[in-house]
Structures are given as C-alpha cells and as structure tokens.
Design a protein around this ligand. Structure first.
Ligand SMILES: Cc1ncc(COP(=O)(O)O)c(C=O)c1O
Length: 381
C-alpha cells in the first residue's frame, strides 16, 4: 500500500497495511533490539546491524511518512531539532543560507549560536515579502533557502512554489519546515521543496507523548550522507517512540480535520472581541497569507492561531494563567489544547510581541474551548 493507489488517509490509517506475516496482527509490531545477530556466513541476516543506524520499527514509521509526503525517503530523528541539526551538518565552511526572521526559535538559536563558529553565513529575510528572497541569494554560494510555513507564531504563509523557484534559479535548494502543516493538508515536495521537515513531536505524533523529527527528501542525493551523519551523531529515533509515532500517524487525518474546524470556529468567534486587537489565523480572509494558504493547504488551515491581546502584555500573560481547559504549556499539535505566552517562554531576546498568545487547538469539545477563552479574557486585566 505504499503507492498512490489508495488515498493518503487510507494509507495512514492502516500504516501502509504492513500486516505481520507470522501472526497476522493488523497493528504494527515493535522492535526494541539495539543489536542484530549475523548469519552463519557472518553476514547481517537482513540489513540491520546496530540500533544507532535504525531498525525495523523506525523504518516502518519512515515509510509511512515518506508515503504521505510523496518522498524518495524519510529519515527519523530523536527530536525535530536533532533532524535540523543533522541537515545543517551537511553544510560546509563558506556556505551561505537564507533563513526567515520569524521562525521557530530553536532553529534560529542554532543559527545564531553555531553557524558562525562553523563558518556558515546566514542572511535573515522577511518571509512575508516574497520579492525579498531572490535579491539576497548568492548563486554558487547559497546552498539552502529555509522557509517555515505556516510560521511560528504569526502563521505567515510562504508560497512554496515561488520560494522553490527563487531558490532553484540561484542554484540553491529549498528546506521547508512544515511542522504546522503536515501532509494531511500540504505536500511541500510536490510544490517544489527539496526537503520537507516536520517536528513529528507535533501533529504526526499528536498525543504529546514523544519527541521526533522527520526529514523527507525529494530525491536520494543526500540520503546516504544524512543517514551516515545521523548514525555518527547518534540521533536516530528509538523503536518505542517510532511505534508511538506510527500509532499517532494512523489518526492524523481525523485529528487534523477536527483541529482545523475548531480553530476556524474559535478564530471567527473571537475576531471582534473587545480585548483583542487581532486574531492571526490563515483561515481568516483578513490574514495576509489567506489566498496562498487556501491554494496550497488543501486539507484545511490548521489548528494553530495567535491572539493579539490589547494592552502592554500583562493582560495576555493573565489570560494564559486563567484558562482552565486550555493547558498552559509549550508545544503544539496534540489532542489537548494549549495556550502559551510566547514572549515569556522565548525570553528577553524574543522578537514576539508581549501581547501575543499562541493557541494550539486540540480535539476537545469546541464549546468548552470557546467558553474557557471567553472567561479567561473576561477575568484578565
Ligand atoms: C516549527 C517547529 N520547527 C521545529 C521544532 C523543533 O522540534 P522538536 O521540539 O521536536 O525538537 C518545533 C518545536 O516546537 C517547531 O514548532
């Protein structure tokens, strides 16, 4: 069931129908071995040698994600940041990359703290302004353009096709962090990206009980290098987490649909609330990325939105303390809804305005979520 004969939702629900040949079990098995015995000729019995290189359960999860992303191959890591760090290890001294000014702060921190030390040059650009990109690319030197769409925490939308064209015209490749838009809505490789990255900790896992990262590759030109670096860094996903991830992927499409429907309902409900100056959600027609999102996110606008609370930031901080259904925690994409005061979490150097609250919408009753936010806003300030 790896090919396109069946729809992605079917392939995900049945985890590619990898039925256990021996027992007939319809749910995936789990392999926890760290080492694999050789045969009488002292050859590996299959291709497995040592757990740090991967194993059967990790490969099963990789095949499910590769199928959903329409990738030549997917590699899984112990966290999203482990995947990003492995990819960045492929860069060499003197290479240049373009990275967004507004993006997930962990990736940004890596670039701030480690890129210069490695002799990698970074140009920060405004991904909300597509015309800005081509001008700053350096043919021959720029190796990658990094985009994040929708981008934390403003949910700016990047036109992937246009970004890929700009990158390719300059001889560079496109790395797309699509953590907030999994393949239930967006297939970035089909739109021209060369690598699509997911923090699989989020929607793919979906239950806030694992950390994982996925790199899905358009072709296999970097596959061996990335696999070998992953092994050297010791950053492969473990068997149990891979199994949890497969379990999460099987319900990705229904969780996604539910989160999208509720997020849109919340965005519309609070759009004109007197204590809010703005609701940032790509599903709202007034969001600057709405038209592009509508064209490229075919399965819905997602479960992430941000509220801009009026005042100096103290009211926003209070709202995050006063919710009772929304949990005050970082992360996103799980079945439980989360609220986060991003500035407080990212620290004083954060460019996120103190008025911003980031919401990750789960699968709870939409009425409970709306009532909870309403009471927290009433109480605050
Ligand atoms: C957009 C984005 N990219 C990357 C990451 C890093 O992933 P992880 O926390 O799994 O290392 C995150 C985590 O929040 C994220 O939101």
């Amino acid at each position: 069931m790896k090919n396109d004969r069946y729809a992605p939702a079917t392939r995900a629900a049945q985890a590619l129908r990898m039925i256990n040949e021996v027992t007939g079990a319809v749910t995936p098995g789990i392999e926890l071995a760290s080492t694999f015995a050789r045969d009488d000729a002292y050859e590996p019995r299959q291709r497995y040698i040592y757990g740090r290189d991967g194993g059967p359960t990790v490969e099963h999860a990789e095949e499910v994600i590769a199928s959903l992303d329409n990738a030549a191959a997917t590699l899984l890591f112990a966290s999203g940041m482990a995947g990003i760090a492995c990819w960045l290890e492929t860069l060499e001294r003197g290479d240049h990359i373009a990275a967004p000014q507004v993006m997930y702060h962990g990736g940004q921190t890596w670039l701030h703290r480690i890129a210069a030390r490695r002799g990698i040059e970074v140009t920060w650009y405004d991904q909300a302004d597509p015309s800005a990109l081509s001008a700053l690319l350096r043919p021959g030197q720029t190796k990658w353009v990094w985009i994040e769409t929708p981008a934390n925490p403003s949910w700016d939308i990047v036109d992937i096709t246009a970004a890929a064209e700009a990158a390719h015209d300059a001889g560079a490749r496109l790395f797309a962090d699509c953590t907030a838009a999994p393949p239930s809505t967006l297939r970035a490789l089909d739109l021209g990206a060369d690598i699509v990255f997911h923090s699989a900790t989020k929607y793919m896992g979906g239950h806030s009980d694992l950390t994982a990262g996925a790199l899905s590759l358009r072709d296999d030109s970097l596959l061996d290098e990335l696999r070998s670096i992953r092994s050297l860094l010791g950053s492969v996903l473990a068997g149990f987490e891979a199994w949890l991830l497969i379990r999460g992927l099987r319900t990705l499409f229904v969780r996604w649909d539910r989160a999208c429907t509720t997020a849109l309902a919340i965005a519309e409900h609070f759009q004109r609330h007197p204590k809010l100056s703005r609701v940032l959600y790509p599903g709202l027609p007034d969001h600057p990325g709405h038209a592009v999102a509508k064209a490229q996110m075919v399965g819905g606008f997602g479960g992430m939105l941000s509220l801009m609370v009026v005042g100096d930031g103290s009211i926003a901080h209070d709202v995050a303390r006063f919710t009772r259904v929304f949990l005050p925690a970082t992360s996103l994409g799980g079945v439980e809804s989360l609220i986060e005061h991003r500035k407080a979490v990212e620290g004083p150097h954060s460019v996120v305005p103190p008025q911003l609250l980031r919401l990750s919408i789960g699968i709870e009753d939409p009425g409970d979520l709306i009532a909870d936010l309403a009471q927290a806003l009433d109480r605050a300030g």
